[in-house]
Design a protein around this ligand. Sequence first.
Ligand SMILES: [Zn+2]
Length: 111
Amino acid sequence: MLHSMDEKDMLLARKQDLFREIMALTDVLWGNVLERYTTCSRPNCRCHQGERHGPRFYLVTTEEGRQRQRYLPVRHASRIRKGAEQRRQLEAILQEITEINLALMKEEDKI
Ligand SMILES: [Zn+2]
């Protein structure tokens, strides 16, 4: 019983930490950030020797089952990459919170 309470307290404390981490993810972009490098139709352009044009950024989101793709200006490149990274962090945090919530259900069943 005592052991159970300790385990539960640890899980709850960890969950609080994770929610605090979420609060720092203020630049998150929820969706798929595509970073594209392309070749053009001019046959003598450098892009055909490996110096492709780009990056060009797009954010792909799903709204009510429909995909939506938006162009994002390259001047925001660092924020866009940060937003994509924060999306990965947020997903990992939500997965961990889910595991904690499942473990908490198990803990409560033990008592
Ligand atoms: Zn080109």
